[in-house]
Design a protein around this ligand. Structure first.
Ligand code: CTP
Length: 396
């Protein structure tokens, strides 16, 4: 029906980008990006005559988003050429043809279109050898300035490479490295980089993507003064391998937070502060990182032998911190960690501060907390069962 509206308005209408790529790869993609050679805002308004949709216009980009009741969203844009007034800053746009519109895109595999107008319905538009690259498994920048115009494409290239098991073509890899080495990533906002990096680590092979970014000289630009060394690699391996399981046993962490803790664990506080500002991390992130490092140190060096010792070495039960600590542990230590953690989660005291006050005349204050803590530890280590009362008597 999109094509019919296009024809009614005499606008050549195409579906473009990721949808076409994934269609040819036989992969599901519900991201519907439409490009029209004409006014996209008018297209959306006309479409609204036939369907009950809500429209959000993005006039400066000559585009509209159409929202259907069932949650479906279709984006329509006017075929455009973009002028980058400065590299890495969002571009000015101007109406143009589908060919130019496709040429301004990142990689050849993302630069195909399928025509939707009834008369030519289903014709594949491939100006740049995209289909061949797709079948050969190649990520190729469409033009030499692609990364400079939008340096987040550096992260996209690596993301697609890992997702599809493709390879970044040699010349494209050169352009990518050069763009990173010349510091263009510094011109992009931290939020955009954080979004892209988060997407990259949510793909099925996150560690491969990070290793690749490191070998292309990108990690050192994203996180100056940090080393992506063998030890970091091992910790990340454990983290990603156990993440799904840990989400159930420890709790969902914010992947970006834990990841950064692992990467920044040896950095000085100045570099961490820099990252906090750059990537919009919470103000107390440095404090949390220091807590996490201290906890990991205690657990690794002192090797708790009882659940209560374990409990006392944990400064917090924040999932990011527990995941971070867990990444220090080999398989055997990991099993013990989980057993202790389970014990901690399953243990509840049936006595509380009120009982101590009313029955034992204890006064409000730190003493009550200490007694409860001690009772909890005794319970953890199996020294008491349900008889806290007796225990309290014994201890008070
Ligand atoms: N695009 C681009 N440069 C970018 C981002 C996007 O050229 N920095 C173009 C590409 O043609 C891409 C399309 O815009 O196919 C849509 O972008 P997006 O939805 O972000 O990506 P997809 O290719 O659909 O990838 P994904 O499957 O990860 O959503």
């Amino acid at each position: 029906f999109l094509g019919a509206v296009g024809s009614e308005l005499n606008m050549p209408t195409y579906i473009v980008g990721g949808f076409v790529r994934d269609l040819l790869l036989n992969k599901k993609n519900l991201d519907l990006d439409i490009v029209v050679e004409g006014n996209a805002n008018l297209f959306a308004e006309t479409f609204k005559k036939y369907f009950n949709i809500k429209i959000v216009e993005h006039r400066e980009f000559l585009a509209s988003s159409m929202f259907f009741n069932d949650g479906l969203r279709i984006d329509v844009a006017t075929a455009r050429t973009e002028y980058y007034k400065k590299p890495a800053i969002l571009p000015e746009v101007e109406m143009s043809t589908i060919k130019k519109d496709l040429y301004r895109r990142d990689f050849s595999i993302n630069a195909m279109a399928i025509k939707l107008n009834q008369e030519d319905f289903g014709i594949l538009i491939d100006f740049f050898g995209s289909r061949k690259d797709l079948s050969k498994g190649i990520i190729r920048a469409l033009h030499p300035l692609s990364f400079i115009e939008d340096p987040t494409r550096i992260l996209r290239a690596v993301r697609f490479e890992q997702r599809f098991g493709f390879e970044i073509e040699v010349r494209t890899a050169e352009l990518l490295k050069q763009c990173a080495a010349e510091g263009y990533l510094d011109r992009v906002t931290g939020q955009r980089l954080r979004d892209e990096l988060s997407k990259a680590i949510e793909e099925p092979l996150p560690l491969k993507a990070l290793r690749r970014l490191a070998s292309l000289g990108v990690m050192e630009k994203l996180f100056p003064e940090t080393e992506f060394d063998r030890e970091t690699d091992i910790r990340l391996q454990r983290y990603f391998l156990r993440r799904e399981r840990n989400a159930l046993l420890i709790g969902e962490d914010r992947m970006f937070y834990t990841l950064l803790m692992i990467i920044l664990r040896k950095s000085d506080s100045k570099s961490v502060e820099w990252c906090i500002a750059r990537y919009g991390l919470p103000k107390n992130y440095l404090e949390r990182l220091n807590d996490a490092i201290a906890t990991a140190g205690i657990i690794v060096n002192e090797k708790p032998e009882t659940p209560s010792q374990f409990y006392r070495s944990l400064k917090t039960n924040k999932p990011e911190i527990l995941n971070f600590v867990n990444s220090y542990l080999d398989e055997q230590e990991d099993l013990l960690f989980l057993a202790y953690l389970k014990k901690l989660n399953d243990t509840k005291l049936s006595i509380n501060g009120n009982v101590l006050k009313t029955r034992y005349g204890m006064r409000e204050g730190p003493e009550i907390r200490d007694v409860l803590d001690e009772l909890f530890c005794a319970r953890l280590d199996g020294l008491t069962k349900d008889k806290e009362d007796e225990f309290v008597r014994e201890y008070l």
